[in-house]
Design a protein around this ligand. Sequence first.
Ligand code: ATP
Ligand code: MG
Ligand code: MG
Length: 548
Amino acid sequence: TAEAGRDFIRDIVQADLDSGRHKTVVTRFPPEPNGYLHIGHAKSIGLNFGIAKEFGGRCNLRFDDTNPTKEEQEYIDSIQADVRWLGYDWGDNLFYASDYFERLYEWAEGLIKAGLAYVDDQSQEEIRLARGTLTEPGKNSPFRDRTVEENLDLFRRMKAGEFPNGARVLRAKIDMAAGNINLRDPVLYRILHAHHPRTGDTWKIYPSYDYAHGQSDAIEGVTHSICTLEFEDHRPLYEWLLDKLPVPSHPHQYEFARLNLTYTLLSKRVLTRLVQDGHVAGWNDPRMPTIAGLKRRGVPPAAVREFIKRIGIAKANSIVDVGMLEFCIREELNRTALRRMAVLRPLKMVIENYPEGQVEELEAINHPDDPSAGTRKIAFGRELYIEQDDFMENPPKKFFRLSPGTEVRLRYAYFIKCREVIKNAAGEIVELRCTYDPATKGGNAPDGRKVKATMHWLPAAQSLTAEIRIYNQLFANPSPNAADFTADLNPNSLEVLTDARIEPAIAAANSDAPMQFERQGYFVRDPDSTPDKLVFNRTIGLRDTFAK
Ligand code: ATP
Ligand code: MG
Ligand code: MG
């Protein structure tokens, strides 16, 4: 059994097992394959698969594939890959709502025969207008009192494809004056002449979410059907259908708060538009809050799981600071990522008193907290690169890095001093002429003198060029407007550095494991890399850089 009191849903599951109401718990994760999964889905995945694992039950992966005009095989495949990447496994329990189309249809005929459903010829717009409002009851459809025979005949002809899209729908006959608008004769079936990825052209009518969902849960023996709060008002309809239909089991629906994140929009509608309108390079663009985007960005799945655990499960909606996710990513990467050196914006440096043609190898440690990660060699020679930002010709008071006359340490190497600044015709600094103190090898002076800065660097000849992509928030606004999100896009969400330098160990690793580039952040090789052109994504910087 799971940790008691962890959240209200786990408490309910625990109580149902303790009371014997259920012998085992069965949950499901029911994505509609109309887009890629995002970090909000990870919350639902963590909850449903987590509960099944903790309580020794099972969790089904069920594709809610009831709307063929928006659904694609690509999405089905990506969803499976992303659930696995997050570390969850549905075993043999992979299902599709479309597997139940035949049974759902038969049950719908049963509702008609029982006088509980009717075919309505009104248009979608007429149905919407006649639904009423919270304060005003709805109006009965003029087709509400059709005979069972007429309804059956029309429904069968809808199924046979006799009518065009939108000509008719099947509605439950409940109560047009119900306080809950979801009970005002909800639509159960609509006509849709569309090719379905799994059932092909067999069906000309498709069940609504409300009709398909609870019945699919019942067919699968789901005990706890967990969904987000916007479905709370649908629960009476969920119950009504289970009560009226000859379903094999009676699941219960529970609602929790969906995940909202600052600087982020988690809506498939918006994410689809970002991709389709070219605001990002694809569903797996590292700026996207999709699982595929996080993966490509170098976020470890363990960091996502830790984040999901920390935010918890609540009944009230709230907005989580994206800084919390970033914290979890840094924690995990700090623990696991090997340290390397890279110079993102190189500035050439010549050590004038270092012998021409000489190269020595210095020892660098791979992880400061993990001696078992070992060491590697880094070449040191007369020509080096340092970071442009690490030098200022006329520094302000608190600038402790390199400037004319000051002494700094080059990590793992020597103390150096800048003697001369070389500029091009445009007045830009193109090279520094420096000297080193051979007695400070390894980074300490025998006379005990101190320096205030330690800087990373790379040897000019024994380093490689790479492209580095720096990502910032996709939206500049902490609460982007979903209705008009383009106005809130951050124009600086991607910075590309094309002449960065990396140490050979970074290229040699040929691996997708993220690394820490010392003093810069965490980086991972991007799949755009080729043998001739290495590309790295910055997963995240070392410290918070965005305003809270
Ligand atoms: P969207 O509203 O973005 O289109 P959706 O809810 O329609 O998403 P589904 O594919 O139907 O997407 O979602 C599958 C499951 O994931 C549902 O149970 C849904 O409640 C859950 N889910 C979706 N978004 C979130 C979120 N932001 N936080 C928690 N759970 C979510
Ligand atoms: Mg949905
Ligand atoms: Mg949706």
